[in-house]
Design a protein around this ligand. Structure first.
Ligand code: Q46
Ligand code: ZN
Length: 299
């Protein structure tokens, strides 16, 4: 198998594009897909400062590498969720990546905000599944740090993630969620702009990108991710892709063309009386959780 670009031995076959690629051309291919997403969806202006949310996985570290290579001033942002060895090893990966490239990383620890409690303890305290709490805490901290530092926030959601979310939203025809699912979410009062530059790159392409770029990333999944519905949807979409290469990309891209048809009624927001960030209630979910943790800590 030869690379279609340069004739060197190929390492990856991309059926959706009828392409075989060698390591070097594969890296260029992924960089072109990211540039295309940035241009087509107006994600970033040249030279804009980007805060890259990194988990230690292949997608987010690959994204950081790509944005740095493309010349954007970047800073990594890692949240220590307090999930035992998984969090410890993820942070090591992020720090090693940043150090090797001379890049800066900002670390926030969930325990520092919640009286020593990490996601597992907070989940028990609040009687809620870890992932629903974790999502809320991550969104809050990412937005807070991005707003306070005047950054655009970039996350490593890839095509597989977005297509799986889309499938879930379509199955239930969640119109509000469909209207809000976009590669670019605008900044507004109290909210930073959020962008997803990997939406045109698959999980497989990103794994190949990380390996051929010498990026060390955490292979293990978060212990709470087992049995997640999104994994089942990804599997279904992969079966579809196997049968009809390119269908995942068509599903997502064609959705973006009709997304404007889904109207989003945004509830009125007001500043949280504790932290000042926008919320629909008097006290935001983050601050409410903090108060619960405080109550527990004080016995
Ligand atoms: S939400 Fe859930 Fe993930 Fe948080 S608790 Fe782990 S699996 S890390 S993307
Ligand atoms: Zn608040």
């Amino acid at each position: 198998m030869r690379c279609r670009m340069c004739g060197q031995p190929a390492v990856l076959r991309l059926r959706a594009y009828r392409l075989n690629l060698c390591p070097q051309c594969l890296r260029e291919f992924v960089a072109r897909r990211v540039k295309k997403a940035i241009k087509e969806y107006r994600l970033l202006e040249p030279g804009e400062r980007v805060l890259v949310a990194v988990s230690g996985g292949k997608d987010s570290l690959g994204l950081w590498d790509l944005l740095d290579r493309l010349g954007y001033p970047t800073k990594g942002f890692y949240i220590d969720l307090g999930i035992g060895d998984y969090s410890r090893r993820s942070e090591e990966m992020v720090r090693a990546f940043a150090q090797a490239r001379g890049l800066e990383v900002h670390v926030e620890r969930v325990r520092d905000h919640f009286y020593g409690m990490g996601i597992p303890e907070l989940s028990r305290l609040d009687h809620r599944p870890p992932c629903s709490l974790c999502g809320m805490v991550k969104r809050y901290l990412m937005n807070k740090v991005a707003v306070e530092g005047g950054w655009v926030l970039a996350t490593g959601h890839n095509l597989d993630d977005e297509a799986a979310t889309l499938l879930g939203n379509v199955l239930d025809w969640k119109e509000g969620y469909l209207g809000r699912q976009a590669p670019r979410l605008e900044a507004s009062e109290g909210f930073a702009r959020r962008v997803k530059p990997l939406v045109l790159c698959t999980e497989r392409e990103m794994a190949a990108y990380a390996i051929t770029s010498g990026i060390q990333y955490i292979l293990e999944e978060c212990p709470f991710s087992h049995g997640a519905t999104s994994l089942f949807y990804k599997d279904l979409l992969n079966q579809l892709e196997e049968h009809s290469p390119g269908s995942k990309l068509r599903f997502y891209r064609n959705f973006l063309k009709v997304r404007h048809l889904f109207r989003v009624e945004e509830p009125p927001l007001r500043p949280c009386t504790r932290c000042g960030f926008p919320t629909v209630t008097e006290v935001c979910n983050f601050c409410r959780l903090k108060e619960k943790a405080e109550g527990k800590a004080q016995g």
